[in-house]
Ligand binder design. Structure first.
Ligand code: NAI
Length: 217
């Protein structure tokens, strides 16, 4: 982290995309790729890709391109995906259950250890083999299981409350789905997710397309 601290967040946010596409290439048994080819599949320009990868020392060789496996592993390491993060979900409703059922997170090193809820009907259940535990046990559980990341999937009104409980512990990051800005200690990383932003982008692009079509008529 220290080593790459000058890297901009814009670059950091492109890395998971490179990682995902490289994984696809590996699945298709493609072992070497040029920045031009990567450009075609990622939608970023070849010079952007070279510039991004140069932030980390650069991996390609002139005239050879990138070794796909090596680049995939290196980006994985840069992203910290060679580590295991003990993670818990808070809120076992629609979203919490969907995340629990999506085993990809677990496979990527985010070990979903438990899901916490206030609803006694849910407590004691298992979702994708992950136990649903009473939220009253959250603080103790985090301390005992060395939990580093919490995923907040509670209603908005409860999000700060659960964040306050968790931040009494040594958690390092919050993946927050509740539509609210959390106030937490400065050393805790908060990543807010808003699916609606992506959806509203579709709405904008559709509107623009329709306008262009109307102008042409
Ligand atoms: P839901 O109502 O199905 O589930 C919420 C769960 O939280 C319930 O099981 C409830 O018992 C539990 N809960 C309530 N208070 C709690 C507390 N103090 N501690 C622990 N658990 C508690 O709601 P849904 O649809 O799963 O949405 C969850 C949250 O995610 C909401 O804040 C919603 O606005 C947000 N959301 C965000 C999206 C995004 O793109 N960021 C997309 C969908 C939902």
């Amino acid at each position: 982290m220290e080593r790459f601290s000058s890297v901009s967040m814009a670059v950091v946010r492109r890395l998971p995309k490179y990682h995902r596409y490289l994984e696809e290439l590996i699945k298709n048994d493609i072992r070497r790729v040029s920045s031009q080819e990567l450009s075609k599949i990622t939608g970023f320009t070849a010079s952007q890709i070279r510039q991004d990868l140069n932030c980390f020392g650069g991996f390609g060789q002139q005239g050879y391109g990138y070794n796909v496996d090596e680049l995939h592993d290196e980006i994985g390491k840069i992203l910290g995906l060679n580590k295991l993060y003990n993670t818990v979900i808070i809120g076992a409703g629609n979203l919490g259950q969907a995340i629990a059922n999506y085993s990809f997170f677990d496979k990527s090193g985010f070990k979903m250890t438990a899901i916490f809820d206030v609803n006694p009907k849910l407590v004691g259940m298992k979702i994708n083999d992950i136990p649903v535990v009473d939220v009253d046990e959250l603080e103790q559980f985090i301390n005992e299981h060395n939990i580093e990341i919490i995923v907040i999937c509670t209603p908005k009104s409860q999000a700060q409350k659960v964040a306050d409980i968790a931040t009494r512990t040594n958690i390092k990051a919050i993946w927050n789905f509740a539509p609210t800005d959390l106030k937490v200690r400065e050393d805790i990383i908060v990543e807010n997710v808003h699916l609606s932003e992506s959806l509203f982008t579709i709405s904008y692009l559709l509107k623009e397309k329709e306008e262009q079509y109307r102008k042409k008529k």
